[in-house]
Design a protein around this ligand. Structure first.
Ligand SMILES: [Zn+2]
Length: 44
């Protein structure tokens, strides 16, 4: 049996980079629809 440690990339939402929102060019921010503001990768 091998001990294999899975190297997981940080479970950050790639859309917003783990912020939960993204900055708009015009100013302000918008909640990321991908992770719904959690900043984490949505699991499927
Ligand atoms: Zn997101």
């Amino acid at each position: 049996m091998t001990t294999n440690t899975l190297i997981r990339t940080e479970e950050k939402c790639l859309y917003c980079g783990g912020q939960g929102y993204y900055q708009l060019l015009l100013g302000g921010s918008e909640t990321c629809g991908c992770c719904e503001g959690t900043g984490k990768k949505p699991k499927k």
